[in-house]
Design a protein around this ligand. Structure first.
Ligand SMILES: Cc1cc2nc3c(=O)[nH]c(=O)nc-3n(C[C@H](O)[C@H](O)[C@H](O)COP(=O)(O)O)c2cc1C
Length: 443
């Protein structure tokens, strides 16, 4: 009789400290003696863009007419030093995701989708594939601590260079690509053996601080003839100081990736316990840029948990020039698609929960190097889906901007926002809704 009743109906009380997930984690650790590795970003609830709301126009502000009045979405990235800055039609860009983590078809699809809407995509740890270069109108080339796949010819083929110092999912940590995903092609590009786990460096081998970074950035400019914008990407931790140092080192664009940011693989404990939320990082970055007098001259790209046009508009209202998406782009391609529900269950997961990107068993053929699984993924169809999603995000952001009376997404400002929790108000430095109170302001 009792086994038909749910645990709640039976009056059983779940511990908030030792909840079901915690118990399962302890049991798993006790059984295996190995820490848990997974992909995706932080899964715990954190103050986020959902804790902010826009103050649409009414009497004291004047809205724009949706169908008749223009609301610009374009952005120029990297005009500070580069001969050829990037001109994008939408501020929603595709974040760096490695070939190795993703299949070659998925990389190609990212290029197709991004190019269709006039935005950029980014390589990743492991180098540039001809498919993604071929399909990407604007391709940013990552220069990482591991130097996997690093090749001066590819640097010259890129449209911009992103020096990666860290990622929001694992600030202070290096990449991880397990043996099951090191196919012959992946191994060849990284000049490492096939089928062996790769843990890439967390520090660049040839510098110990910002002075060395300035020298490195100059070297990269010299070998690419000062043509390409140079980005510096940091995981969000001491963001105010990191952004100041990145600017002093010569960055044209600073990328700040908050702790909700996705990864292909790292320790769960790392994803959930290191870094600061995206929301907390943006005002710090903007403050640093403003104090240096370079806000809007050195562009700020924000990533980490961006899912829709409202998130885009909120990040921009807080002072970002553009955003980057990883996880949402993979979902748009077909990751976690319910059509593979049965197969997710066979590998111990479920559609909407799948995060074992490190295993390379992705039924959707996206986070895998298995030729049979990868063949299921159609780059043309995936690219189309991504382009649709990017269009929707851009139109959603435009809708909000118009409602706030703004003729360009970049005209959104903190004054358009309020917070619905004290934490979010303090982190985002906007007032709690219905008050003029910004907790911590003036400290
Ligand atoms: C599958 C996957 C692979 C990634 N690979 C890289 C990488 O090679 N280099 C890098 O800097 N960041 C990498 N990232 C992080 C993204 O560039 C980006 O910072 C993050 O995904 C943004 O957060 P979001 O996923 O919530 O949009 C990866 C993320 C994912 C999901």
């Amino acid at each position: 009789m009792t086994d038909k009743l749910s645990v709640e109906q039976r009056g059983l009380r779940e511990s908030a400290t030792f909840d079901r997930n915690t118990i399962a984690a302890i049991q798993r650790a006790a059984q295996t003696g190995i820490y848990d590795i997974r992909g995706w970003g932080a899964k715990r609830a954190l103050p986020h863009f959902d804790d902010l709301l826009f103050l649409g126009a009414s009497m004291s502000r004047y809205p724009l007419e949706g169908y008749r009045e223009k609301c610009g979405t374009d952005v120029v990235l990297g005009a500070r030093n580069a001969k050829y800055p990037l001109h994008l039609d939408t501020p929603v860009t595709i974040a760096g995701m490695s070939f190795g983590a993703l299949s070659a078809g998925a990389k190609e699809a990212l290029g197709r989708g991004a190019s269709e809407v006039g935005t950029s995509t980014t390589t990743g740890d492991g180098g540039m594939t001809p498919e993604e270069r071929g399909q990407s109108k604007h391709l940013v080339y990552q220069y990482l601590p591991s130097r996997y796949g690093m090749n001066p010819d590819d640097l010259r083929k890129a449209d911009a260079i992103e020096v990666v110092l860290g990622q929001g999912a694992k600030p202070g940590g290096g990449g991880m690509l397990l043996g099951q995903k090191i196919s012959e092609r992946v191994a060849g590009m990284r000049t490492l053996p096939e089928g062996i786990d790769q843990r890439s460096a967390c520090r660049h081998p040839d510098w110990t601080g910002p002075d060395d970074l300035a020298i490195k950035i100059n070297e990269l400019r010299e070998i690419t003839d000062w043509e390409k914008p140079i980005y510096v990407k940091v995981g969000a931790t001491r963001t105010y100081f990191d952004v100041k140092l990145a600017v002093h080192s010569g960055a044209d664009v600073v990328v700040v990736d908050g702790m909700q940011g996705g990864t292909a693989a790292t320790q769960d404990v790392f994803i959930e316990h290191v870094g600061i939320p995206t929301l907390a990082a943006i005002p710090q970055a903007v403050q640093a840029l403003q104090e240096l007098g370079v806000h809007r001259q050195v562009q700020l790209i924000v990533s980490g948990g961006i899912r829709n046009g409202a998130d885009v508009a909120k990040a921009m209202a807080l002072g970002a020039d553009a955003v980057a998406i990883g996880t949402a782009a993979l979902i748009a391609l077909g990751d976690n698609d319910p059509r593979y529900a049965e197969e997710y269950e066979k590998i111990g997961s479920a559609a909407g929960f799948y995060d074992d990107f490190q295993d390379g068993k992705d039924p959707a053929g996206i986070t895998t190097q298995d030729p049979e699984l990868a063949a299921r993924f159609d780059p043309v169809d995936g690219g189309r889906r991504l382009a649709n999603f990017l269009r929707v995000m851009t139109m959603e952001a435009q809708t909000i901007a118009r409602a706030c009376g703004k003729a360009h997404l970049q005209h959104l400002e903190p004054e358009d926002l309020v917070a619905i929790s004290i934490e979010a108000a303090a982190m985002a430095r906007v007032p709690l809704a219905g008050t003029s109170w910004i907790p911590g302001a003036g400290l």
